[in-house]
Ligand binder design. Structure first.
Ligand code: 13P
Ligand code: SF4
Length: 359
């Protein structure tokens, strides 16, 4: 459908008809056929900020996944409508933490006598009710571009806690571990993994008392696939290659990489790269392919032997976008994402704490 001139033209006509009433946000992992119609592109953090800063538009069409559209709904005015062109565009990582499971973990921390020393930090990639849990319990949301500032803020909330306080971090264990160890100077021994499928998370009361970082057992199915072996192979073939990866990759991969950061950081790094330099990038394939096309003066490869799209990001395709836009032109709002008012109120507290973090 990328090259379907009829659909491209229909999207263009519908967008023009809606004019200022419409604002289209596109995450960097979206397909080319969709991203060409985005008014702004960004990583999760930038898109949340851009949604919050767009008071004029009546319709916000979010080309990304469900948790991003929920966050946009929370941060926009009540009369603005957020639309996700395909409701099946979820996130397998976000699904790895459900509210009831997070509440069970919190109860275990209460039983262990440490809950008063713990700040919950949720990755943006989580449902609105989990963000609301953080808002109610003195916690914060973070994205891959501000996880270090969020952890710093969280530990600063507990200056008097024995050992310097604790963070319960969900759902991505890798972002939590990578940030704690590489940015906060904690050690791997300070980290334990809470497995929501096991009684008491598979941890003893003593482990809960000793840990500084309690990491949820969740991961991204896309970034979890990159392996340190491939980095070794690439370096053996090309000693000058630079390895650039997203912090959702495993700790082994991040330790072997040259540079680590959010999708926005990855783009800025490539834009500043000297002509002729060679790069292997460990993030979603739509973005890597686009970077490679946009920078023919660089040698850019994908850090995996196989192709690796995010299947749920890819659900937003041109036919779904055209359907959503043409429905709006006809006065029909399809696929609206609406967070209930109580959840919205508490989730907004945690999201606004994130938006006011330094940096
Ligand atoms: P960022 O947008 O923060 O780089 O996160 C990547 C991601 O996996 C989004 O789902
Ligand atoms: Fe979720 Fe990973 Fe896809 Fe991002 S790339 S939406 S974290 S599965």
């Amino acid at each position: 459908s990328a090259s379907d001139p009829t659909l491209v033209e229909r999207a263009r006509v519908a967008k023009e008809a809606l004019g200022e009433r419409l604002f289209v946000l596109g995450h960097h992992y979206q397909r080319d056929e969709v991203i060409q119609f985005a008014d702004v592109t960004g990583d999760s953090f930038k898109l949340a900020r851009d949604a919050a800063g767009r008071p004029a538009a009546e319709f916000i069409v979010f080309c990304g996944v469900h948790f991003m559209a929920e966050s946009a709904d929370i941060l926009t005015a009540p009369e603005q409508k957020v639309i996700l062109p395909d409701l099946a565009a979820g996130c397998s990582m976000a699904d790895m933490a459900r509210l009831a499971q997070v509440e069970d973990a919190w109860d275990a921390l209460v039983d262990a006598g440490v809950a008063q020393d713990v700040v919950p930090v949720t990755y943006m990639n989580s449902s609105a009710d989990i963000k609301a849990f953080c808002g109610r319990n003195g916690g914060v949301v973070c994205t891959s571009s501000n996880a270090d500032a969020a952890l710093e803020w969280a530990f600063a909330q507990k200056p008097d806690a024995p050992g310097g306080g604790k963070v319960l971090f969900f759902p991505d264990q890798h972002l939590g571990r990578n940030t704690a160890v590489l940015k906060m100077g904690l050690s791997l021994d300070d980290c334990v993994v809470w497995d929501p499928r096991q009684p008491n998370g598979g941890l003893s009361v003593e482990q809960l008392r000793d840990a500084r970082m309690i990491l949820w057992r969740g991961h991204c199915s896309v970034h979890g696939r990159f392996s340190a072996d491939v980095i070794d192979e690439l370096r053996a073939k090309d000693p000058d290659i630079s390895i650039l990866v997203h912090p959702e990759c495993t700790h082994d991969v991040v330790l072997k990489a040259d540079l680590v950061g959010s999708t926005e950081f990855i783009i800025k790094t490539i834009e500043a790269a000297p002509a002729g330099s060679s790069w292997a990038i460990g993030t979603e394939l739509n973005l890597v392919k686009r970077l490679s096309q946009d920078h023919p003066d660089l040698s850019i490869s994908f850090l995996d032997r196989n192709v690796c799209y995010c299947s749920t990001m890819n659900r937003i395709d041109l036919p779904h976008l055209v359907w959503a836009l043409e429905s709006l032109v006809d006065g029909v709002v399809v696929n609206q994402i609406e967070v209930d008012p109580d959840t919205e109120r508490d989730a907004k507290v945690a999201l606004e704490r994130m938006l006011s973090l330094p940096g």
